[in-house]
Design a protein around this ligand. Structure first.
Ligand code: KIV
Ligand code: NA
Length: 281
């Protein structure tokens, strides 16, 4: 199969086919995600907690994200690639946002960049990035981890009438600003379904119920790779890669200490017996 473009995503959306987006942060996980069942790979700034051990996404720098976006891009030949812009790399001004988006596209090889939020400032950043030409933008509303401090923590959004109305407005404004797709995170199913109906562009839900155009999940979360405490309610567990790797390391340690590794024939390089004699003498 050939590399998917935004046209393939739009075609699938028009046909009403459920779409799949998965977060991958490095070469091996991107290789695992490089399959035709995956429409979009996201290099998310969830990188900060899952792979780099930060407390949250705030300290992560654009250079770090570009480093990982490059690695992911080297493994991808099928899915469309979206990469997050980091906190502070687009907030302050349109010019800064444009520079960051261009770097993520040209250096990080992302087909599309993702920004969090949908207020008039963010919509203006989206318009400017798209206006420059060449870079597509993905929106992200609801629980936006980069603003968890002002949201009062990692909590479900859009539960009151005014909060729900605001999210609907944000979604419509992001589409108007030119976003090609929009992530809806941690909001009531009814609201995400309504937003999806109102929009022309596809929505990708995480903790947003069944009726978005597609679903997005964080691969280290669904495979329990990082052993993070308190994963949210919406995370479905498919594997325990973290403890599987621990087990492998434990077995290696025990083989080494008990002398059963390296094995005298399987893991050892031999030389011609004549050379052996010469070395000895
Ligand atoms: O960083 C990330 O992986 C994300 C998804 C959870 C949407 O932004
Ligand atoms: Na993110």
């Amino acid at each position: 199969p050939k590399k998917k473009t935004i046209l393939d995503i739009n075609k699938k959306h028009s046909a009403g086919d459920k779409m799949v987006m998965i977060t991958a942060h490095d070469y091996p996980s991107a290789k695992a995600a490089n399959q035709n069942t995956v429409d979009i790979v996201l290099v998310g700034d969830s990188l900060a907690m899952t792979i780099l051990g930060y407390e949250n996404t705030l300290e992560l720098k654009l250079d770090e994200m570009i480093h990982h976006s490059k690695a992911v891009s080297r493994a991808l030949s099928i899915p469309y690639l979206v990469s997050d812009l980091t906190f502070g790399s687009y907030n302050k001004s349109n010019d800064i946002a444009i520079d960051s988006a261009i770097r993520m596209h040209s250096e990080g090889h992302a087909d599309c960049v993702k920004l969090e939020g949908g207020n008039p400032f963010i919509c203006d950043r989206v318009r400017h990035i798209i206006g420059c030409g060449g870079v597509s933008v993905c929106g992200h509303i609801g629980l936006t981890p980069q603003s968890s401090s002002s949201l009062g923590g990692f909590r479900v959004q859009g539960k009151s009438l005014s909060a729900a109305t605001s999210l609907i407005e944000q979604a419509l404004n992001l589409e108007l600003a030119g976003c090609s797709l929009i992530v809806l995170e941690a909001m009531p199913e009814f609201l995400a379904a309504g937003i999806t109906k109102l929009l022309n562009v596809p929505t990708f839900g995480i903790g947003a119920g069944r009726f978005t155009s597609g679903q997005i999940a964080v691969s280290p979360d669904i495979a329990n790779f990082s052993n993070l405490p308190n994963l949210p309610k919406f995370v479905n567990n498919y594997e325990n890669l973290g403890s599987r790797l621990s087990d492998a390391i434990e077995k290696f340690s025990s083989d080494v200490t008990q002398g059963s590794y390296p094995h005298q024939t399987k893991h050892v390089y031999n030389v011609d017996p004549r050379i052996k004699d010469e070395i000895r003498s």
